[in-house]
Design a protein around this ligand. Sequence first.
Ligand code: KG4
Ligand code: ZN
Length: 334
Amino acid sequence: MKDVFILAIESSCDETSIAIVKNGNEVVGLSTNTQIPVHEKFGGVVPELASRMHTENILYVLDDLLEKTGFNIANINAVAVTCGPGLTGSLLIGIEAAKVISYLFNKPLIAVNHIIGHIYANQLTKALSFPTLALIVSGGHTNLVCMKDNYNFEILGSTLDDAIGEAFDKVARVLGLKYPGGPNVEALAKMGNPTYKLPIPMNNQSLDFSFSGLKSGIVNLVHNEEQRNKEINKADLACSFQNIAVDEVIRKLELAIKKTNIKNLIVAGGVSANGYLRTKIEELALKYSVNLGIPDLKYCTDNAAMIGAAAYYLYLKQDFSDLDLQPRPNKSLN
Ligand code: KG4
Ligand code: ZN
């Protein structure tokens, strides 16, 4: 079969990212402009600023990609874009850019679900084997999924309240750490010990998650200690939180492995960059002789290469979109 080159665009949140991906698993080139230094000043993503910066930057990112790869855009087979979930205004900029490229170069347009993109980031590191369990740990989602084949998702468990990344971000804010919270909580946790007693998430046999009790426990603890003028050991608190949150994910993952007896496991989403989580998952995979895939660190957080990887299977199915494609800010996995 002839090689397939997909130009992929990701702009769902605060990264303007464009990639060219060959056959769904080889990154020909990737260019990303991150808006973190701007949003950092506000303690989180400001949607209006995000979409304005996507507008300002997207052509520069495209130019940079084409210049450094030397790739002729007329030689792509299709253009793919994240259609949701994400911020409406941010998604819109990527979608409009993709439509223009699709129209001008007469190439099919492929709409990709952002979460499915995170799953297929694995394909850039190691080929997927089916059936596989997929653990999704991101800013907006925490799911345990069974994939029997490409684009076949059965949700085994979900968060009943906050996503794990959301909990990391909230704890970061309470501890006075900068946005994005997750990596900063991890860095601080490395300097501490798990000394704080915090609410343990629900200890049942379901595969659902809950992080709001743990999150509120930390908010209340910090508030109470402040009222009593007592010093908080922030590194110990960050470490205590990270251990409890990650250990809970590991416990549910172990339960899923035992329940399903599936011997392949992949991990997806921004929190999969967390070193403590990566180590714990590696230990678990070893214990149950599970074939483990975790994306390279550079493909864990938002990037367009993962969108190009996920788009490849839609390309093979000729699952194309029309030029009236609209953002789907609340799009779910299925
Ligand atoms: O997967 P992602 O892009 O979010 C969604 O698509 O929803 O990941 C962003 C999330 C944020 O909550 C961020 O704080 C978290 O991933 N994150 C981390 C780390 N790196 C990113 N959380 C914990 N440890 C990290 N090293
Ligand atoms: Zn993401």
